[in-house]
Design a protein around this ligand. Structure first.
Ligand SMILES: [Zn+2]
Length: 408
């Protein structure tokens, strides 16, 4: 089941960076499966959930299906002009290579560290790992790699940071309850973020302002020379090593040869030296996606509240093509026959079925069919089949229907 709420989608498209982070995590409750998520970055450099889906497990097929839906929603095309950050999950990497061949795909440093750090847990090594990861230019990166070569390992392994995504608590609940938790979270989040931005004292968010302040602290150590045209040279002498460090700044292009300004969209310490030299306001040199008006645009739509599931209409509707999954134990293989014909086979997907008395509902929008059991619920694409006294998937039901129609 894939979800991308219109208000969220419109917000993302309204002017933010074409940058998406993808990840998957396990569900911990009675419902076994995984949730796939696509996250963007908002104008205050904070997380922005775009879309999420429940699948049986992370595979090339499920990631391909998720990326197809996401690509359609965000109009990503073949990926040109977009960037993706992900872990090293093989299925995901295959799916990205196949569907988005022109996207800039980079691995998440935290995931890399999670693996690499097991063998090299030293504190100094850890700090140096992040110095390398944060390098904004090739010379800088090579320099940091050389520094790491000089270190010796030995300190404690670093504990992984806790994921602050609220799914941590919800992911042990039944699927519909969990998806409703996420929807409510996203609905409320829009309101909170909007009210938050209205209180900003600056033209960009507090995280951006503090980032500028941090860079500004280092800007006083640089000398500035103007070439009389569009460029400035910023430099300082290292009296110990007898070398001059220097960068070229193009204010109009919001660019510094250190690479940091171009990549972050926030003026680096070199650029701030020039901005101060010219008596200008640093906030005028921050990328548009960090500006308050763009931020507010992204949080301008609202998500409609939804009534409880007792109010949902009974509908039989088959969702857009979804990948085949392995059957859950609840399905009766003997009666139903899990080997479905080509198209129906692709469309059928049973994530979890509950025992006990079953009811089938769908939301007002259709597409979601659930079964509620005596003790727990679950998501199912399908319904009870009195003919066989068991449960069948939507694909199977559809196959039966079309067979009956043809027979008549
Ligand atoms: Zn710079």
């Amino acid at each position: 089941m894939y979800i991308c709420l219109a208000a969220v989608k419109e917000g993302f498209i309204s002017g933010w960076r074409n940058l998406i982070a993808l990840d998957g995590c396990f569900l911990k409750g009675v419902v076994k499966g995984q949730i796939l998520v696509a996250i963007g970055r908002d104008g205050n450099n904070q997380m922005y959930p775009i879309a999420w889906a429940i699948v049986d497990k992370e595979t090339t097929e499920t990631w391909s299906w998720f990326l197809e839906q996401l690509s359609d929603d965000l109009n990503i095309g073949d990926g040109l002009g977009w960037s993706i950050i992900s872990d090293m999950q093989k299925g995901l990497i295959h799916a990205i290579n196949e569907l988005l061949p022109h996207i800039e795909h980079r691995m998440c440093a935290r995931h890399i560290y999670a693996r690499w750090g097991k063998s090299y847990p030293g504190k100094d090594l850890q700090i140096q790992f992040w110095n390398i990861a944060r390098s904004t230019s090739e010379p800088e990166m090579k320099k940091q790699i050389e520094k790491m070569k000089e270190l010796k390992g030995g300190a404690k392994a670093v504990e992984e940071l806790l994921d602050r995504w609220p799914i941590l608590e919800s992911r042990s609940k039944p699927i519909i309850t969990m998806l409703e938790d996420i929807r409510q979270y996203v609905m409320t989040r829009i309101v909170v973020k909007k009210q938050y931005a209205l209180k900003w004292k600056n033209s960009c968010g507090p995280n951006i302002v503090s980032r500028i302040d941090k860079e500004r602290k280092n800007s006083s150590r640089w000398y500035v020379e103007w070439n009389g045209g569009a460029s400035h040279e910023v430099f300082r002498d290292d009296l110990v090593q007898h070398v001059r460090e220097g960068y070229v700044i193009l204010l109009a292009c919001q660019s510094c040869s250190c690479g940091k300004w171009n990549k972050m969209g926030i003026p680096c310490e070199h650029a701030l030296a020039v901005i101060s030299f010219n008596g200008a306001d640093p906030e005028n040199f921050v990328a548009d996606w960090f500006k308050r008006d763009i931020y507010l645009k992204a949080y301008s739509s609202t998500i409609n509240p939804v009534k409880g599931s007792e109010f949902w209409q009974l509908v039989m509707k088959i969702p857009s093509e979804i990948p085949q999954v392995e059957a859950t134990p609840v399905l009766n293989e003997t009666n139903i026959g899990l080997r479905m014909q080509s198209r129906q086979r692709k469309m059928a997907r049973a994530i979890q079925a509950s025992k006990g008395k079953k009811q089938v509902h769908t939301s007002a929008q259709g597409f979601v069919t659930i079964i509620r059991g005596a003790h727990h619920g679950g998501v199912i694409v399908g319904r009870d089949n009195p003919q066989f006294n068991s449960f069948i998937t939507a694909g199977q039901l559809n196959a039966l229907k079309s067979r009956n129609t043809n027979a008549n």
